[in-house]
Design a binder for this molecule. Structure first.
Ligand code: RM4
Ligand code: MN
Ligand code: MN
Length: 427
């Protein structure tokens, strides 16, 4: 379903005067603090987050899956759904494909469709955590780490195929997430598994084009429950360094044990120039894939505070990051959920842009701990939503994306077009 620009403009009219008074109030408050409001709005407008091709359908758990109706049945329909999100929010100008869930049948046609919606192709994701029908050698006991060379070779070849496909689409990064590990003590020889993984990654790395990044995810557990080969950022960094300068660590917010200090990991990786990308979601227990900012918004702000400061300094020459939402939608309409995540991400980013870094550096130098906290919380406690709205209006988006999505009955229309029981590829 295409959303007409006129429909957005019309809907915005009813909300414009309230927005105007909100932004006037905030702008004068920020200007008094010496902040350049227009520049902040431009930076928010420029910030684009990719939507993964598997996020437009209902997510499932091992206990079941409940359809939401009108789910996209093809890659084309997925791109149309991202088109809706981008038209309303103007912050989701990219798609991240998961291969083989979403292999385009006609590369040129899919590129055309994506550009019609102003959507670029961000990182491509390989999948060696599931066997495909008729696969000659299994990944049941691991892919890049497997004790059998045939399974490793298959997984390496799959990654090379994904790079080739991504290259044709204009992607500039390959994301590798491995389920490899062991569910029981003694199942794997740790050193051999790590050695095989490094060796396989090096072979994949040798096919990474010069202007690409290889992004290596880590995760402490699941689907294996005793050990994961790339269990943490340190292992990922070590493997990335073992590949070469185009290899980087990717931080997925859900891939940490409870209470891990993720903002410190971000800072350390930026110090090394090895932070390659981000998968946004939120969690209370593990890899819960919940809506961004729904559980720990302050953590998200602290992470963005490190990102903004780190990327502004960038003394280690860290490349621009790949941003993606990596969430699951078990009970909510995925389009609404993704728009909520985008809003939360942008809020944390905007709040981080407000942090008085000079004052913070002085307070740190004076060991004035209370003042340090005051400075951070002053930014965090600012209601930055008018800045986000201003950025959306400037880019042609909606003042109230979810409101207009409901008013236009987008989901009902999708159900009419696609049916109640369509199932999207993905988890
Ligand atoms: C994993 C990981 C990957 C994602 C898969 C579907 O836990 O987060 O990034 O591609 O899930
Ligand atoms: Mn991820
Ligand atoms: Mn995950």
């Amino acid at each position: 379903m295409n959303i007409d620009k006129e429909q957005i403009v019309d809907n915005n009219k009813q909300l414009l005067s309230e927005h105007q008074s909100n932004i006037d109030f905030l702008s004068s408050k920020l200007a008094n603090k010496g902040l350049d409001v227009d520049e902040i709005i431009c930076r928010i407008e420029d910030f684009q987050v990719a939507i993964p091709s598997w996020a437009l359908g209902a997510g499932g758990t091992r206990f079941g899956r409940f359809s939401i109706g009108g789910e996209p049945g093809s890659l084309e329909e997925k791109i149309e759904d991202i088109g809706v999100i981008h038209a309303l929010t103007r912050t989701a100008g990219a798609v991240s494909l998961h291969i083989p869930w979403d292999i385009p049948s006609d590369i040129n046609a899919i590129k055309e469709l994506a550009s019609l919606h102003s959507i670029a192709f961000d990182a491509v994701n390989s999948n060696t955590f599931q066997d495909q029908v008729g696969q000659a050698y299994s990944y049941k006991y691991g892919s890049l780490c497997n004790v059998h060379q045939q399974s490793r070779d298959l997984a390496i070849q799959h990654n090379l195929d994904v790079i080739k496909l991504g290259d044709q689409l204009g992607s500039k990064a390959l994301t590798v997430w491995l389920a490899d590990g062991a569910s029981f003590p003694g199942q794997n020889n740790f050193r051999k598994a790590l050695h095989n993984t490094q060796d396989s990654l090096q072979q994949i790395y040798s096919a990474i084009p010069d202007d690409w990044k290889l992004l290596i995810e880590y995760k402490p557990y699941e689907p294996n429950f005793y050990s994961t080969v790339i269990q943490d950022w340190g292992t990922s960094l070590m493997l990335a360094e073992g590949c070469g300068e185009k290899a980087h660590t990717l931080v997925d917010l859900g891939h940490h044990l409870p209470n891990t200090n993720i903002e410190q990991i971000v800072s350390t990786l930026l110090t090394k120039g090895r932070l390659g990308g981000f998968h946004f979601n939120d969690s209370k227990y593990g890899d819960d894939d919940l809506t961004c900012g729904s559980i720990k918004p302050y953590q998200l702000f602290l992470i963005f505070n490190e990102l903004v400061w780190g990327m502004d300094q960038n003394d280690a020459g860290n490349p621009p990051l790949s941003w993606m939402i990596d969430a699951s939608h078990n009970v909510k309409d995925p389009i609404e959920d993704l728009m909520q995540s985008l809003e939360a991400i942008n809020m944390a980013y905007a709040q981080a842009l407000l942090v008085d870094q000079k004052a913070l550096a002085h307070a740190q130098a004076d060991s004035d701990v209370s003042l340090c906290q005051e400075i951070l919380q002053e930014a965090y406690r600012t209601d930055v939503r008018p800045l986000l709205t201003a950025a959306r209006i400037k880019a042609g988006g909606a003042i109230d994306p979810i409101g207009i999505y409901r008013e236009l009955g987008v989901r009902q229309n999708l159900i009419k077009q696609r049916g109640q029981n369509t199932v999207a590829t993905g988890l």
